[in-house]
Design a protein around this ligand. Structure first.
Ligand SMILES: [Zn+2]
Length: 325
């Protein structure tokens, strides 16, 4: 039997950086999570190198036993240069990742958009094994996707070819997305923007109806602190108004999913991200119910990712194996 290979996967999110030491089969030998060091533009690459050294020492591996490091990060990015460009979550114009990590550890590193990476992870280790046409969608702080079409992972000229969160789902554009443009899917249905949607709908409803809702009572009239979780929690307690709004969001998600299906024609869509994973049925049921009303293409299977919260980490490992073997 040959010795297992050692790979490092890095899931660089807005708040946390998660690092896994994995074999080639996606078995995590070790892992570590930390808050992202945002003290300067170079801090996060140093942090990735330090955690990699730590995991190697802990598991008695020489650093050169690592074959490669895959870094999956929210963009925008320039994939070939291994840098983030004005990333949403780290307050610097340019965040270099692969070059400083490789320089410090003398190990090759590869950068990928986190959702594209997650699609690779699902395809190698999860529910999409052997599928040539597959999309992963995340509904989290933001909304994004990674698509494999005819066996090829779509990347685009800079590696940003999957910004489905900025598909227009409301041309009237009542809500403005975090990117500044009106009517985007993410501007309504992402964890960050669901509170804006709820506040807008409350303004459109009769005051009495709003006041009677469990959700409004919970917020004690102060909707400024509303979070997406408050809406789903009230809906889980059968609050009529919250259930109505969850269903409205579900219809908007169905429009977004129909756009995804019309664009990529996948045979499977897996769904992840915090908003989805914490409210599986409430998110998925209305999508399944309404998506055919908007999709011209045959509706594929739509299911929760079996890789759960770790889909990004599996994606980073799969990226390293795919591009650095
Ligand atoms: Zn947008």
């Amino acid at each position: 039997m040959s010795k297992p290979e050692n790979w490092i996967g890095v899931d660089l999110g807005g708040t946390c950086v998660r690092v896994a030491l994995s074999d080639e089969k996606g078995k995590f030998v070790g892992r570590m999570d930390e808050k992202v060091d945002k003290s300067n533009a170079h801090a996060v690459s140093k942090q990735i190198a330090r955690i990699t050294r730590f995991l190697c020492a802990k598991h008695k591996l020489r650093i050169n036993a690592i074959k490669g490091i895959g870094i999956a990060a929210a963009g925008p990015l320039i994939q070939d240069e291994g840098v983030l460009i004005r990333p949403t979550n780290i307050p610097f114009d340019l965040v270099p990742l692969t070059e400083p990590v490789t320089e410090e550890l003398e190990i090759p590193a590869y950068l990928i958009n986190d959702c594209a990476g997650a699609a690779l992870g699902e395809s190698k280790f999860g529910a999409a094994k052997g599928l040539d046409n597959f999309v992963y969608v995340t509904i989290s702080t933001g909304i994004g996707a990674g698509a494999i079409v005819n066996g090829t992972l779509l990347l685009g000229k800079d590696g940003n070819s999957h910004e489905v969160g900025h598909f227009v789902i409301d041309y009237a554009g009542k809500l403005i997305c975090g990117c500044g443009k009106p009517g985007h899917w993410e501007g309504y249905c992402s964890g960050r923007n669901i509170p804006n949607f709820v506040r807008m709908r409350f303004r459109e409803m009769p005051t009495g109806m709003v006041k009677e809702s469990l959700l409004a009572k919970r917020m004690e009239g102060d909707l400024s602190k509303l979070a997406a979780a408050d809406l789903f929690d009230a809906a889980k307690e059968s609050d009529d108004l919250s259930l109505k709004l969850v269903n409205e969001l579900g219809v908007l998600n169905a429009v977004g999913f129909a756009n995804v299906i019309n664009a990529y024609d996948p045979s499977l869509i897996t769904v992840g991200g915090t908003v989805t994973l914490k409210n599986k049925d409430m998110v998925l049921a209305p999508i399944r119910k309404h998506v055919a009303e908007y999709s011209v293409n045959r509706v594929p299977r739509i299911k929760i990712t079996p890789l759960g919260d770790d889909v990004g980490l599996y994606g980073a490992v799969a990226t390293a194996i795919r591009y650095l073997s």
